[in-house]
Design a protein around this ligand. Sequence first.
Ligand code: AVJ
Length: 316
Amino acid sequence: MNKTIISHFAEDVLEGLSAKNKHLSSKYFYDDAGSRIFVEIMHMPEYYPTACEFEILSQQSGEIFKKLHFDGKFNIVEFGSGDGSKTRHLLKAFLDKGGDFTYIPIDISQEANDILRDNMKQALPNLTIKPQTGDYFEVLDTLQGSSTPNLFLFLGGNIGNYKREEALELLKKFNAGMKKGDLLLIGMDLRKNPRVIQQAYDDPHGITKAFNMNLLQRINRELDADIQMDQFDFYCDYSPETGEVNSYLVSLKKQHFHSTVLNTTFHFEKDELIWTELSRKYSFTEIEELATAAGFKASHNFLDCKHYFTDSLWIK
Ligand code: AVJ
């Protein structure tokens, strides 16, 4: 393959698997196959975050609306909108309360946006929706200069995948694109009994394992590699001291594989790890500290009945 058209995925695999401590980014989980496996994860009884956030948005969106204090028109801008099945409850409650807003979902996939628009139009015929395809920050730029207040949504607990400094950097960038008084509703998974968290990631069905193994299959598919799937395993652990779930692929023997696209052979020692994902769990103190450091005030936490998850409302 022509090196000049080599993908970000290819570059990052080359960098990550050539490093002393091998790593691959969890952002590459979500190709078509991976996105289907993630839907299965969301349906597992052990994976509580989806059900918890669903409960919050379906039962407390009226309360969330009361906390907005916007008078007149506003925008709801969603980062990483997905299929909108949770956001729909929030939008419906806001419409029922007479909210006058435009919903602006942002996604990098045009196809995802088209599907979302069709679904939303069907479920909520009165909704004004203007999907934007592209990078979060490009779209933030286009909103600058308008006096319409904004509620930004960053749901699902995706912030947990960012390392501390990267999370802060991302939130600072969100903040820089916002006006004073704009709001951010951000989904964050909370610290809790470690067994509950361990079970959600080290699930007995092997679905989270399949989710991680798909990264290797993706390397085989897209980078024309010959990784032997049965020679790798999955491992993850939650540390209640740090609040981090870390996930890994483990090489079961000394081995190598070759990618013709990368024109490279990668070597593995027996038991060598590839770090694949960080999923951070937050305490309320950590949430407040992160909000403050990024230029926000954490004004309210909307919790599920078990207090496993929060949709935290921050104000600039
Ligand atoms: C989509 C990032 C919220 O970290 O819990 C689920 C992804 N990884 N099981 C999470 C995931 C393993 C998930 N987020």
